[in-house]
Structures are given as C-alpha cells and as structure tokens.
Write a protein that binds this ligand. Structure first.
Ligand code: NAD
Length: 473
C-alpha cells in the first residue's frame, strides 16, 4: 500500500489513479501560483535538502545498510557525498543558470536582441531505482527543484528502508505543497504514469523504460531515460597492471558489488595477455577484500533473492560454469556471491547477452585488440565504455569508434563524479542526460525570446510583393 509523505488534505493513504490525479492537481495549483519559480523558493528547498542530508547522515547510512548492506564509507562516498556535491553546486550556480542567455540575431530581425530563457516545465515525475536508492532519487530532485518545478518522487520499492526514509525526510524537510514522495511498486507507478506530467525522469531498466515512454507519449510528455546496459572495459597489454587492476576491481566489486549501471560488465583483452591480467585482478581482489572475499564486510550484498537467483542462473548456465577461473562461491542465506572471473564464455551465453548487474566478470579474449571495437558496437550501445591503455593512438580510436553514453580512459566509474560532464545513455542505455548544469537543463524549457522595437520597419515583408520589393531581397 502506498503512502504519501504529504499533509495535503486531499491526499489519502491508499494510492490509485484517482488519488494520483488529486495529487497532481494539487501540485499543479502550487506550480500555477508561481511559488516554485522564484529564486528564493528554489534556494530554500535546495538548502533544506542540504540540511536534511547533514542532519540525517546516520539514518541514511543505516537505511542503505538495511537495503544493501552497503559499507558505511561506500554509502557516504557514493550516495551522501554525491547528493551534497550536487546541492552545493546548484546553490552556488543557480543564479547564473537561471539568467537568460543572450543570443545572436539575424539580419531579418534587425534591429533586435534575443535571449534564451530557461523556464520550468511544470509538474514532474521522477521514478527511481534501488542500487543507489538515495543519490539516484535525490540527484534528479535537485535538478527539478533548481529548475523551478513541482516534483513527485517515486523511489524503488526494492530498497524499502531508503524509500521509506526518503518519504519521511522529504515530508519533514521540504515544501509539502510542491515536493512529494509516493512510495510503491508497479501498481502505484502505473497510477502515476496515467497522469499528465510535464516531464518524466526515469532511472531503471530498458523494459520499464519502454513502459514509461509509452505512457509519456499519450500526453507528449518529454522523458529522460537513465537506463543500463553491458559496459565493456578493454585492457591493453601496455598498462600499469597493478593500478589498472585495482581500478577495475573498484568498478566491478567495490562499487555496490557490481550492481551499478556504469560498473564494468565484461572485459576484452588480448589472448596472450589474459593470464597476466587475471593474476593481477585476483591479487587486487585479495588486497582489497582479503584472501576470502566471501567473508569480507566491504562489499554490498545482492539486493534480494530474485536477483541472487538471476545471477546464479547466469553463472550456472551450461558451457559457462566450466569457464570460472576465480571465485564462483555463493551463499544464498547471505545473498552473497564471491568476486568471480570467467574466461572466454560463449558469446551467445546469457551472461554475454544480458546486463550482469552483479559480481560476475567475464573476460573475452581477442587476437587483435582493435577487433574489440566492432565486438562492442555489435551489442546495444552501453551507458559507459572503458579503455585501459598507454597508447595515445588507441585512446583516440576508442573515443572515435566506440559508441557509448560516456567513457573513462584508464579508470572506471569516476566520470560520474565530474559535474561538468553530462551523465546519460544513448540508444538502449537511455536518452537525455543530467548532473550539474545538465540537471537544470533536463528540467527546463529553453524559451526563445526575440525583442524588437518599432524601429526598422521594412515594408518588404508585406504583400503586395511588387517587382521592386523582390529586387530589394
Ligand atoms: P526497473 O526498471 O525494474 O525499476 C525501476 C523503477 O520502475 C522502480 O521504481 C519500479 O518501481 C518501477 N517499475 C518496475 N516495473 C514497473 C512497471 N511494470 N510499470 C511501471 N513502473 C515499474 O529497474 P531496477 O531493477 O530498479 O534497476 C536496474 C536497472 O536500472 C539496470 O538496468 C541498471 O543499469 C539501471 N540503472 C540505470 C542507472 C542510470 O543512471 N542510468 C542507474 C542505476 C540503475
């Protein structure tokens, strides 16, 4: 049963399409009053988020531990700090972001001036996911508020502790006539999707992304889809192997135990280099998680038994399980699977067809590393692609030839922490982007405004189109 973190009188606890309509109406009234458009309101709400995160840090870490057994420092770095940095940047830059931007004019409009005005879209819906349930919920909310919108956030039911905490805290800290959390699963999200929104921002898988986009199409509602995919990492033989291996371990097993949309999904390397790479990866795993990684408390667990079974199915598939060269241990009672490396699994196996989203790492070998570009491009465009190489030509060719939402060279994941880079997918990995100013833009309409005076009136534009006028053109 859904709950609403609101004191708006009309909204009752049970949540269906009728309740959703009432909710959206209430928010639309707020938006139409102009309240959310003011610089002061936006700043006050961003400050409230900042205060909430500062004051409730322990509760946030506890909820993340409950949902994913996220280690404290990891929770701080990948969830709390992400939200804090986004908030700080928005607070610092908002005036600048809101300012109309001067634009060039054309000869036809002489004399004139022009500007691009960022205007809020209206009432927006943000649907979030479970793997970074705090930051991936609040980061888009920050963008939506900065841009002056009224917001409904629907966190993921699969991370119930964080969802319920977000509902409670947003009810406590934010303007409840304009920022609302609706908790729930498919039924509640479907009820929300039946409403007319001015923007839907969705983070999740491509299957539900299609449902969201189809619902949005009915009202010509724009969407941002932050989806996933199979993110490859190419490893050249000329790398600093110790550093490269640590960074791959960070991008595979440290970061939410592989349950990350930009985590390394699979590796491609040269056949003769694979044994050295595997050896280095194993030693990096042991350095970071100890000799028995199953005993380590430094890795999040698999989110639930459904995803645990899904991963075991990938691992135990015929012609795949025999390819395990490291790891493979599992413990259903703890929802843990050891960091696992597989060598040269068949290309048509499930593990190479589906997004893994867990601690399994297939390594595919090729004769020539350049062949890996075509191999990546044969699959759907991933959210991220990684290259480890010391060869400048190789780096240029990778950037030029591999299609992906974003990239990092000689590292993993960290591109997400650069607010001046747009974060988003392409093709099956999504559409649109956010982070930093891109978040503000994702929730704004860029209104074109032309200013003219009554000077410079030209009769040429009006009929009758005499030969004399034609000559003037
Ligand atoms: P999901 O698509 O199953 O769920 C996402 C949201 O959609 C949840 O809030 C859920 O309640 C809702 N939902 C589920 N089924 C629905 C339905 N039938 N109708 C309406 N709403 C529905 O995805 P997930 O399991 O939460 O997340 C995993 C996926 O998300 C992976 O593919 C991952 O790569 C991707 N992801 C992307 C990013 C990114 O920033 N691009 C970040 C994290 C995760």
């Amino acid at each position: 049963c859904a709950t609403l973190s609101t004191t708006m009188e009309e909204v009752k606890p049970a949540f269906d399409a009728d309740e959703a309509a009432i909710l959206v109406n209430g928010l639309r009234k707020t938006f139409n009053s102009g309240k959310t458009k003011s610089y002061e309101w936006r700043i006050s709400q961003l400050e409230s988020i900042s205060k909430m995160v500062d004051e409730k840090e322990k509760e946030i870490i506890k909820a993340l531990h409950e949902d994913l057994s996220k280690p404290e420092l990891e929770a701080y770095l990948s969830e709390i700090l992400m939200v804090k940095s986004s908030c700080t940047l928005a607070l610092k830059e908002l005036k600048q972001w809101m300012m109309p931007k001067k634009a060039e004019t054309s000869l036809a409009t002489y004399p004139s001036s022009a500007e691009i005005v960022s205007e809020p879209l209206g009432v927006v819906l943000i649907i979030s996911t479970w793997n970074f349930p705090f930051s991936l919920s609040l980061d888009p909310v920050i963008g939506a508020i900065a841009a002056g919108n009224a917001v409904v956030l629907k966190p993921s039911e699969i991370a119930p502790a964080t969802s319920s905490l977000l509902s409670r805290l947003i009810g406590e800290y934010m303007d409840q006539s304009a920022v609302i959390v609706v908790e729930g699963a498919v039924a509640e999200t479907s009820a929300l999707l039946e409403q007319k929104w001015d923007k839907i921002f969705f983070t999740g898988g491509a299957r539900v992304g299609r449902i969201v986009m189809a619902a949005a199409a009915k009202n010509l509602t724009p969407v941002t889809l932050e989806l996933g995919g199979k993110c490859p990492a190419i490893v050249d033989s000329n790398v600093n192997l110790q550093i490269a291996s640590r960074r791959i371990v960070a991008g595979k097993w440290v970061c939410n135990n592989g349950q990350a949309c930009i985590g390394v999904d699979y590796i491609i390397t040269a056949k003769e280099f694979a044994p050295k790479l595997i050896e280095a990866l194993v030693s990096a795993v042991e350095e970071i998680f100890g000799k028995d990684p199953m005993e380590s408390k430094e890795r999040s667990r698999i989110i639930n038994s459904f995803h645990f079974s899904r991963l075991i199915k990938l691992l135990d598939e015929d012609k795949v399980s025999e390819k395990i060269v490291f790891g493979g241990q599992r413990d259903g009672s703890q929802l843990q699977i050891a960091p696992t490396i597989l060598l040269d699994v068949p290309e048509d196996s499930l593990i190479m067809q589906e997004e893994i989203f867990g601690p399994l790492l297939p390594i595919i070998t090729v004769e020539r590393l350049e062949d890996s570009f075509a191999m990546i491009n044969r699959k759907s465009k991933p959210l991220a692609a990684y290259l480890f190489s010391d060869d400048e030509q190789m780096k240029r060719e990778f950037v030029h030839n591999v299609y992906a939402g974003g990239m990092a060279i000689n590292d993993t994941i960290l591109q997400v922490t650069v607010p001046s880079l747009p974060f988003g997918g392409v093709g099956e990995s999504g559409m649109g982007s956010y982070h930093g100013k891109f978040s503000f833009d994702a929730f704004s309409h860029k209104k074109a405004v032309l200013y003219r005076s009554f000077a410079g009136e030209s009769p040429t534009r009006y009929p009758p189109y005499t030969p004399g006028k034609q000559k003037q053109i």
